[in-house]
Ligand binder design. Structure first.
Ligand SMILES: O=C(O)CCC(=O)C(=O)O
Ligand SMILES: [Fe+2]
Length: 302
């Protein structure tokens, strides 16, 4: 039977049950009725086109800093270092939650950098809307996992590690057998990723021992569970590996929004998922994310 990526309707009365089914099987789903305004999303793409088409020397003026905010050049990231023979054929721009004054001592916390005021206003408005949606989907996740209020307590998501990543893939055709990918195979690191893409295909997910394309669906986000989501549910929900393979020789733009718990949040198996014993040791969100960044980014060192 062909593998179908399920749809979760954010507004449906049984949205949590839909999410549970999707996360136990495929680990990816299309999210509809999410409430993000299409004109706001389109405005972010306009800013991306404007930014990435500039000469490298302009883009390098806002190069990503130690807190992973700003521009990351082509090939800076290698999502599957064991297999890839060169970095991902993409460049990116990170925008994260702006840190509060009492968080500035924490790694990865700081101010954002922006190339100009219009880019800042547009991407910040989108970031804020996605943060609201991220928490809404996180609450559905908790409900789906059988502990509905798990994420409401202080210290869980009141200072989320939320990151927006504007990605521009080059037109270079990938070559799977020689280790050249748009983005190498990986699982995401956190709780949830909410992905917007343009109309160009490329995303593939590894389900039932095969790579399955996930084509863009207009008006929907492509959502997946990351490693912390798998740990929280003791493996009930899947953090599915995925990659981007350019098979069409066209440029591609995408915008993943990574929604993770507070840096200091201890991610420990939910009581409803312990069953015959927790499979994963508790870990803080921050420890996990920093270790993953160090494995995959040239510009990030622990
Ligand atoms: O661009 C995409 O479609 C996926 C990107 C991705 O998987 C990631 O940045 O983690
Ligand atoms: Fe990913």
């Amino acid at each position: 039977m062909p593998i179908e990526v399920p749809i979760v309707d954010c507004e449906a009365a049984d949205a949590a049950a839909q999410l549970r089914g999707a996360c136990m099987s495929v680990g990816f789903f299309y999210l509809t009725n999410h409430g993000i305004r299409p004109d706001l999303e389109a405005a972010v793409y306009d800013e991306m086109h404007r930014f990435f088409q500039q000469p490298l020397e302009e883009k390098n003026k806002v190069l990503a800093n130690a807190n992973m905010r700003g521009y990351t050049p082509m090939s800076e990231e290698t999502l599957d270092p064991a297999v890839q023979t060169q970095g991902d054929t993409k460049e990116g721009y990170y925008i994260c939650r702006a840190a509060q004054p009492d968080e500035l001592h924490l790694p990865l916390h700081g101010a954002n950098i922006f190339p100009d005021a219009k880019f800042e206003a547009t991407t910040t408005a989108y970031f804020d809307a996605m943060t609201t949606l991220g928490f809404r989907v996180a609450r559905l996740f908790a409900d789906a996992a059988g502990t509905p209020d798990a994420f409401d307590a202080p210290g869980m998501f009141d200072r989320p590690m939320a990151a927006l990543r504007l990605l521009h893939y080059s037109d270079r055709v990938s070559d799977v057998s020689s280790g050249i990918f748009g983005a190498g195979a990986h699982s995401d690191y956190g709780l949830l990723t909410l992905l917007s893409t343009d109309n160009t295909p490329g995303l593939e997910i590894y389900v039932e021992q095969q790579w399955v394309p996930v084509p863009p669906k207009p008006g929907c986000f492509i959502v997946n569970i990351g490693d912390l989501g798998e740990r929280w549910t003791n493996g009930l929900f899947k953090s599915t590996r995925h990659r981007v393979v350019n098979r069409v020789g066209r440029e591609r733009y995408s915008i993943p929004f990574f929604y993770e718990p507070n840096f200091t949040c201890v991610v420990k198996c939910l009581p409803s998922c312990v069953g015959s014993g927790a499979k994963y040791a508790p870990i803080t969100s921050g420890e996990h994310l920093m270790a993953k960044y160090a494995e995959t980014h040239d510009s990030y060192k622990l």
